[in-house]
Design a protein around this ligand. Structure first.
Ligand SMILES: Cc1ncc(C[n+]2csc(CCOP(=O)(O)OP(=O)(O)O)c2C)c(N)n1
Length: 268
């Protein structure tokens, strides 16, 4: 499946599931949908018949509240059925709102407490280097998540150990849960900050698949890589874009119908 089709499926299915289960984080899922789609369609090496295949690349979604995007990508990539996907956030389901790896094939680690997934990713990268393994470790963090001190501890750590097998993608939508990042805790110039910590930094449009594909293939000889992906929170549905309400709100009634209509117009 093409990354474009996968991204559309992520948005369209997420709308249905979040509407049905009255769960949250739809704008966060839409923000990261293209990044997740390009990773699963074009970049990550995996085996859906053997999720623990030793040579697989690892993806750790550090902004675990957007887990539905990864669950949908995994379902579309053949890791589990549509029936399992549709159990998301329902009683008895293993598919928790914040991404969980318990009994969910393809999910590497549970996350959701911000600032932790990225640390686990750097530990995995160090372990892979020590064992002389060639797989890569990718992790996606939010820009609000960069308020966490542990993110910057990871930045130091990965530089110190020359973890060139580690790629951090910052979903830089300039928003967090209750306000814009600028009003919550100023991040300044994220590119310069990661560069100052010794990382190879790229800046991309986080909704441009060709650009993402090109940059995600790059790996420095020594440095860990940080991709600052400029995104729009709520991307794909006009009234959700850059509107803080849709971090937690679930689309019902006319909002659901309007969102569905807009997405259907873009169907591939
Ligand atoms: C340690 C921790 N503190 C607070 C929260 C509550 N929380 C959930 S999502 C969120 C906003 C995160 O913003 P960002 O990383 O920019 O994610 P995005 O806006 O892309 O969804 C917060 C504060 C959390 N999950 N973990």
């Amino acid at each position: 499946m093409s990354s474009q089709k996968l991204a559309w499926n992520i948005r369209r299915k997420a709308l249905e599931i979040i509407h049905n289960t009255r769960s949250s984080h739809i704008a966060s899922v839409f923000s990261v949908a293209d990044i997740v789609a390009v990773l699963y369609a074009d970049i990550l090496k995996f085996n859906n018949k053997n999720p623990k295949w030793e040579k697989r690349d690892r993806l750790i979604l550090s902004k675990g509240h957007a887990g539905l995007a990864v669950y949908i990508a995994l379902c579309e990539s053949g890791f589990f059925s549509e029936k399992v996907l549709n159990s998301y956030c329902k009683n008895g389901s293993y598919l928790q709102g914040h991404i969980s790896n318990k009994n969910v094939p393809g999910v590497e680690v549970s996350s959701g407490s911000l600032g932790h997934g990225i640390c686990i990713a750097s530990g995995m990268a160090l372990a892979a280097k020590m064992d002389n393994k060639k797989h890569r470790i990718f992790t996606i963090t939010g820009d609000g998540e960069c308020d966490e001190g542990s993110v910057w501890e990871t930045a130091l750590f990965a530089n110190h150990y020359e973890l060139n097998n580690l790629t951090v993608i910052v979903d830089h939508n300039k928003m967090q849960s209750l306000d814009f990042c600028e009003n919550t805790l100023k991040l300044g110039n994220l590119c310069k900050k990661w560069e100052a910590f010794g990382w190879k930094v790229f800046e991309v449009n986080g909704h441009d698949h060709a650009e993402l594909k090109k940059i995600l293939k790059k790996q420095d000889k020594k440095k860990p890589t940080c991709i600052i992906a400029h995104t729009i929170k709520g991307k794909g549905v006009s009234f959700m874009e850059n509107n803080i309400l849709w971090h937690y709100r679930d689309p019902q009634d006319e909002y659901y119908l309007k969102a569905k209509e807009e997405l259907e117009k873009e169907k591939l």
